[in-house]
Design a protein around this ligand. Structure first.
Ligand SMILES: Cc1cc2nc3c(=O)[nH]c(=O)nc-3n(C[C@H](O)[C@H](O)[C@H](O)COP(=O)(O)O)c2cc1C
Length: 213
C-alpha cells in the first residue's frame, strides 16, 4: 500500500467488534516501535505509551473517556502521552552518539546548548514539544494499524484528571490522545468520510496576509 492509499483507507472506526482481534503485547510494541520512526525536535522523542489490553483496565478507561463504547470494545487502547520535560534528555540523547563515535564531544555540547536555548524557561515551547511529537507518533500508529488491516480510532474526549489518576500518569506527562485498535464491527460500515476543506480555504502562499483576522 502506498502512503496515499493508507491515508485514504484509514478511517475512525465507529464501532469495534468487542475483543474482535487478539492484539498481543508483542505486536503492539512492534507497532509502537515503528511509530517512533517519526521525527522529533533534536530527536528528543518526548512520547510515552500506555498500552491497555486488560478488560478491567479498559472498563476504567471507558469511564475516563466519558463512556465511549469504542474504548471497551477495542481490543487494545494506547494512551499516547507527551513528556513536558522532553528537553531533559538532551544530554542522554547525545551521549550515545558520542559513545558510538557518530558525534564529537564538542558537537554534542553545542547541540545540548541549542536544546537549552530552545526550551529552558520556555513553557510554551515545552508544551508544544509534549503535544506535537506524540501526535505524529499517534498518527503513525493509526497508519501502521491500517496497513495491517487493524481498525483504529483516535479518541480525544477524556477526563484528563480522572485518567491521570486511574493510570498513574505523573504530572510531567500529558495524555495527548487515546488510540483505540481492533476489528471494525462487521455490521456497521464506516459512514462516508466527512468533506475536507479545499486548498482554496486551507492553503496560503508566502504568508497569511489575506486570511480572515
Ligand atoms: C484529536 C482527535 C480527537 C478525536 N476524538 C474523538 C473522540 O473522542 N471520539 C470519537 O468517536 N472520535 C474522535 N475523533 C475522530 C474524529 O471524529 C474523526 O477523525 C473525524 O470525524 C474524521 O473522520 P475520519 O478519521 O474517519 O477521517 C477524534 C479525532 C481526533 C483527530
Amino acid at each position: 500500500m502506498t502512503v496515499l492509499q493508507t491515508l485514504k483507507r484509514r478511517r475512525s472506526v465507529p464501532r469495534f467488534e468487542p475483543d474482535g482481534l487478539l492484539l498481543t503485547r508483542e505486536l503492539i510494541e512492534e507497532m509502537i516501535a515503528e511509530s517512533c520512526l517519526v521525527p522529533s525536535d533534536f530527536n528528543l522523542q518526548p512520547w510515552r505509551f500506555i498500552v491497555v489490553r486488560d478488560r478491567e483496565r479498559k472498563e476504567i478507561l471507558y469511564d475516563c473517556a466519558y463512556r465511549q463504547e469504542k474504548v471497551r470494545q477495542a481490543s487494545a487502547v494506547v494512551i499516547v502521552c507527551g513528556d513536558s520535560k522532553g528537553d531533559a534528555r538532551a544530554e542522554e540523547e547525545v551521549a550515545s552518539s558520542v559513545r558510538d563515535g557518530a558525534m564529537t564531544r564538542e558537537a554534542a555540547d553545542h547541540l545540548v546548548a541549542s536544546v537549552c536555548r530552545s526550551y529552558q524557561g520556555n513553557e510554551l515551547a515545552r508544551f508544544t514539544l509534549a503535544v506535537r511529537e506524540p501526535a505524529f507518533a499517534a498518527m503513525a500508529l493509526m497508519l501502521l494499524a491500517t496497513e495491517r488491516g487493524i481498525g483504529s480510532s483516535p479518541i480525544g474526549r477524556f477526563d484528563d484528571e480522572v485518567l491521570r489518576k486511574a493510570f498513574a500518569i505523573p504530572d510531567r506527562y500529558f495524555p495527548v490522545l487515546l488510540v483505540a485498535l481492533g476489528l471494525q464491527a462487521l455490521d456497521m460500515p464506516v459512514p462516508a468520510r466527512g468533506n475536507r476543506l479545499p486548498p482554496s480555504v486551507v492553503v496560503f502562499h508566502e504568508g497569511m496576509g489575506d486570511a480572515e483576522p
